[in-house]
Ligand binder design. Structure first.
Ligand code: 5GP
Ligand code: MN
Length: 340
């Protein structure tokens, strides 16, 4: 079914519901939160009763987004999150392709009787919704949400503030239009957002230039002391222990983007960041070119994502997870090469 047919179905379905819950993925990034808030704001402007229920909180650098303060975090307010989810007539899932991406909220979504819609741009989506608007070609879920609103004839509900949420998601998922942004459509959407009067420079400042002093020192430490090269794999990785994070006064969002830096080394095409959490190790992967970090993460680190940007986790210790990575990466590369 083509996108417009799916949008037409969605329009018809939404006309019959009032209570809607919009859900981004766990650890919502700029694209997940921007699409959730942009979409929910437009639906509210249409007169719907809409709540954004997130599996957990989000980083401070996203707190400027309109209505961000009203987002319900399941981790902080599980009962409230449960109540809204249970009573919703429709649940719209944004920026994730499988129910496990909402972690602890998974059973809430599975048990809900609500009509489910998924709007997402990750490859290989699970069949987890009644209407799936999934397009791995688009830069971001925010771009897709804009296209859906436009296709539904609802883009006039996007205020300047909501358009800024959408713009922020496109910027964060494309590294300010440096990757995942080779389709002309992305620029048409950006142009239309600019026509809506967004303060583009303000959004860039809020998202990319509001680092704390300690976050900049953590970045310096990561690059100066913790970056390890694996030249034979054209790879580099950084690891951060809980002690180090404490030393640099870690706040959620502080490690965001650190994984991209090693890729700017000439000759490095694969990058990983290991972040030690209380009971697991979170791993972020990035690549340039054709190395599929999502497949690597799926195969070995219980994760997934896009070909050039993926995440996963390990229950091993930090040192063991790194050792596993160092062993598995050359094997995976050799295997890819033998099949190409
Ligand atoms: P990040 O490294 O910024 O956390 O995530 C990069 C990309 O991988 C995002 O598109 C995100 O949705 C996806 N991703 C991150 N962690 C996981 C995970 O644990 N499982 C899956 N399936 N995808 C992930
Ligand atoms: Mn995204």
């Amino acid at each position: 079914m083509d996108r417009q047919e799916l949008i037409d179905q969605l329009v018809e379905k939404i006309s019959g519901v009032t209570d809607i819950v919009v859900v981004p993925h766990h650890n919502p990034d700029g694209d997940a939160l921007g699409s959730a808030l942009g979409l929910s704001g437009a639906l509210k402007a249409m007169g719907k009763s809409v709540k954004v229920v997130s599996p957990n909180g989000f980083a401070d650098f996203l707190a400027w987004m309109t209505d961000a303060a009203e987002v319900i975090s399941y981790e902080q307010k599980p009962e409230l999150a449960r109540r809204y989810t249970a009573n919703a007539q429709m649940i719209i899932m944004v920026d994730f392709n499988g129910l496990s991406r909402v972690r602890g909220m998974q059973s809430l979504l599975e048990n809900s009787k609500a009509f489910r819609i998924m709007i997402d741009h990750h490859p290989d989506p699970e069949d987890a919704a009644d209407i799936m608007i999934s397009d791995p070609e688009v830069s971001s879920t925010c771009e897709l949400v804009y296209s859906v609103l436009k296709g539904a004839g609802w883009n006039h509900y996007l205020s300047k503030e909501l358009a800024e949420c959408i713009y922020a998601g496109i910027m964060t998922d494309t590294g300010s239009l440096s990757y995942n942004s080779s389709r002309p459509e992305t620029y048409h959407v950006v142009a239309e957002l600019v026509e809506r009067g967004i303060d583009k420079d303000k959004v860039h400042h809020l998202v990319f230039h509001s680092n704390s002093f300690s976050r900049m020192r953590l970045l310096g430490h990561s690059l100066g002391q913790k970056m390890v090269l694996i030249p034979e794999c054209k790879a580099a990785y950084i690891s951060l222990s809980t002690d180090e994070l404490k030393r640099f006064d870690f706040k959620p969002g502080d490690t965001e983007g650190i994984v991209n830096y090693p890729l700017s080394i000439d000759g490095v095409n694969i990058s990983a960041l290991f972040t030690e959490k209380d009971d697991f190790v979170k791993i972020s992967f990035r690549s340039r070119g054709s190395f599929p970090v999502n497949k690597f993460s799926e195969a070995h680190f219980n994760g997934g994502g896009h070909m050039n940007a993926a995440g996963g986790e390990s229950k091993l210790s930090l040192a063991e997870a790194i050792r596993q990575f160092e062993t598995l990466l050359p094997e995976f590369i050799a295997n890819l090469e033998s099949h190409s």
